[in-house]
Ligand binder design. Structure first.
Ligand SMILES: *Cc1c(COP(=O)(O)O)cnc(C)c1O
Length: 389
């Protein structure tokens, strides 16, 4: 499909009427085995000399539809789907790095990615330097002769910090380092890292792509060369492939991605401004604010500022009291669903980090992460306002 509006693409991407008897909704192919018509065809498909399917872990028409959809939305040549965001993240890493290699990654990001990089350091000798990713130059400063991967998460979890993707990717290109962007928070509605020069983009599709807090999945997109390397390497060996039933749910979620993101963007802008006015709130982190440290970069590389913000209510006790008093918003971890999800960060997702690591990541005791849903913004604001006391 040519470069249409994402509102149109999100609805039509992946649908193949000719291959599926005109079915307007991609069918769920549950088969783990696909029969061959004759010896020559079977051998050709099995040996990847001819397109086709033969075994569930290695390819499935429903999963294929999701992979084509994600590639199209992210402007990649190819896509790959996984059972979780972490399966996509580990596959990206193991496609690009091996023992003795070096990685540069943000000091503030999704904590399981931080812990994964520390884990491959301890277990496989892949060292990571954690840097201040809001300054692209810190990637350049951390490069070593054995650096193979720049990791970027922008906006980042939980402080919605922004990294200049084009700048980091350009530093990477001149140093022979591949740049991977976790685009979970922004989604292709707000930001397209491959167009900014990144080599691979990954998502936890559990979040906005699925969009309804009802599935766990991950995706990757990029050049055909890198994605096929991942497909025939990390994805095949570690086996984190997505189930066709889940791939279908992600496809269904993506149909309304643009509509949902438009609303997430506008609701979050309104809530961020409301929180700023409340005396119990000490700080609001939101890239849409003009005084956000990377507001200019966000404006340049993003279509909208996204559905995530963080607010500091001062103490852990105040954060706990707020979540206990919510009537409409949901006290839960995760993000990207249609419902507003709120969690105290230091006490939950970032509790696995040490106090020093939390402080380096800027995660204070009273920090709340808010994934602003698509409910009526006045209801969201009133609920949080009265829960703040
Ligand atoms: C949730 C999340 C992940 C991990 O994804 P799972 O689907 O839970 O495995 C990775 N990165 C970011 C930014 C996330 O929000």
């Amino acid at each position: 499909m040519s470069k249409k509006s994402i509102y149109t693409e999100a609805v039509h991407a992946g649908v193949d009427l000719d291959a599926n008897h005109g079915a307007a909704s991609v069918p769920i192919y549950t088969a783990s085995v696909f029969a061959f018509e004759n010896a020559d065809e079977g051998i050709a498909i099995h040996n990847y000399e001819k397109p086709g399917y033969f075994y569930g872990r290695l390819g499935n028409p429903t999963v294929d539809a999701l992979e084509r959809t994600v590639a199209e939305l992210e402007r990649g040549e190819a896509g790959l789907a996984f059972a979780s965001g972490m399966a996509a993240i580990s596959a990206a890493a193991f496609t690009l790095v091996g023992s003795g290699d070096h990685v540069v990654a943000p000091e503030s990001m999704y904590s399981t990615t931080t812990n994964f990089l520390k884990h491959i350091g301890e277990s496989f000798g892949v060292e990571t330097t954690f840097v201040d990713a809001s300054n692209a130059e810190s990637y350049a400063a951390a490069v070593k002769p054995n650096t193979r991967m720049f990791w970027v998460e922008s906006p980042s979890n939980p402080l919605v910090r922004i990294t200049d993707i084009a700048e980091v990717a350009s530093i990477g290109r001149s140093a022979g380092v591949a740049t991977v962007v976790d685009n979970t928070f922004a989604t292709p509605y707000n930001q397209r890292p491959l167009e900014l020069g990144a080599d691979l983009v990954i998502h936890s599709a559990t979040k906005y792509l699925g969009g309804h807090s009802d599935l766990t999945a991950g995706v990757m997109a990029g050049s055909r060369e890198l994605v096929e390397k991942a497909r025939h390497g990390a994805a095949k060996f570690y086996g984190g492939n997505i189930a066709p039933q889940v791939a279908w749910l992600v496809l269904r979620g993506i149909k309304t991605l643009a509509l949902r993101m438009e609303r997430h963007n506008s609701n979050t802008f309104a809530l961020a401004n409301m929180l700023l006015e409340h005396s119990a709130v000490q700080a609001v982190h939101y890239p849409g604010f003009e005084d956000h440290v990377n507001h200019e970069i966000a404006k340049r590389q993003m279509h909208g500022f996204g559905g995530m913000l963080a607010a500091d209510v001062g103490t852990a006790a105040a954060a706990k009291s707020l979540v206990n008093n919510l009537k409409i918003c949901t006290f839960a971890t995760s993000l990207g669903g249609v419902e507003t999800l709120i969690q105290p960060v230091a006490l939950m997702t970032h509790a696995t980090l040490s106090a020093e690591e939390r402080s380096a990541a800027g995660v204070s005791e009273g920090l709340l992460r808010i994934s602003v849903g698509i409910e009526d913004v006045n209801d969201i604001c009133e609920d949080i306002y009265s829960a703040l006391g």
